[in-house]
Design a protein around this ligand. Structure first.
Ligand SMILES: [Fe+2]
Length: 203
C-alpha cells in the first residue's frame, strides 16, 4: 500500500483577485423590464436622470468642499449647514441612481464620468470666501432646478409617473428648500437703523 502526499484541499481558498470581465450592460442602454412602460419612455427618462445625477453629484461635492473650506464670522453655522445639505443631496443621489436602475438603465457613478457630463461650472481648487461659496451654490441649485422641471414635464407626458413623482416630490422640493436656506445668507441686512447707518458711513 502506498501513501500519498496529496495536501490539496477540497476547494481552493485563494481569492480570484485577478478576475476580469466585460461589461454586463453598456451605459446608455436599458434592459426591458415588466414596468408597463414603453422602452422609449424608459430610455428617455434614464438619459434625463443621468444628466440630473451628474449635476446632483457635483452639487453634493460642492457642499462638502465648502463645508471644509468655509471661513469668516459665520464659519460654524455654515460649516454645519453645508454638511446638512450635503447629506440631503447624498440621499437624492442614491434615489436618482436607484430610479435609473429600476428603469433598466445604468446609473453614472464615478467622479471622472460625472465631471465629463455635469453642467455645473467647475469651481477653483483653492478656497473661496463665504459669499462666493453661497453664490456658487445658488447657481448650481438653479441648474438642477431648471433641468428637473423640464424633465418632470417630459416624464409626465411619456407616462413615466414614477420619475415625475421623484423629480417633483424629492429633487425639486429639496433643492427649493436648500435655495431658501442658502439665499437667506446673501440678503442685505441692516443691523443698524437707516439713520444710524447713514451717520456711521458718512462720518
Ligand atoms: Fe465634517
Amino acid at each position: 500500500m502506498t501513501k500519498t502526499n496529496d495536501t490539496r484541499l477540497p476547494y481552493d481558498p485563494r481569492p480570484l483577485k485577478d478576475l476580469k470581465g466585460g461589461e454586463l450592460q453598456q451605459y446608455g442602454t436599458v434592459v426591458p423590464l415588466p414596468l408597463a412602460l414603453e422602452t422609449a419612455a424608459c430610455l428617455a427618462s434614464v438619459g434625463h436622470l443621468n444628466q440630473l445625477q451628474a449635476d446632483t453629484m457635483t452639487l453634493r461635492e460642492l457642499y462638502k468642499k465648502h463645508h471644509w473650506q468655509v471661513s469668516g464670522p459665520s464659519f460654524y453655522q455654515l460649516h454645519l449647514l453645508f454638511d446638512k445639505h450635503f447629506a440631503e443631496q447624498s440621499d437624492l443621489v442614491d434615489t436618482i441612481a436607484e430610479r435609473i436602475q429600476s428603469l433598466g438603465g445604468v446609473a453614472v457613478a464615478m467622479a471622472h464620468d460625472v465631471a465629463e457630463r455635469t453642467l455645473i461650472p467647475r469651481p477653483p481648487i483653492g478656497r473661496e470666501g463665504a459669499p462666493a461659496q453661497l453664490a456658487r451654490l445658488l447657481h448650481a441649485h438653479e441648474v438642477v432646478l431648471k433641468e428637473a422641471r423640464t424633465m418632470a414635464s417630459l416624464a409626465a407626458e411619456a407616462g413615466d409617473d414614477g420619475t415625475n413623482d421623484l423629480l417633483v416630490g424629492h429633487v425639486i422640493r429639496t433643492n427649493e428648500l436648500q435655495v431658501w436656506f442658502i439665499g437667506a445668507h446673501l440678503a442685505e441686512t441692516h443691523l443698524l437703523g437707516d439713520e444710524l447707518k447713514i451717520q456711521y458711513t458718512t462720518r
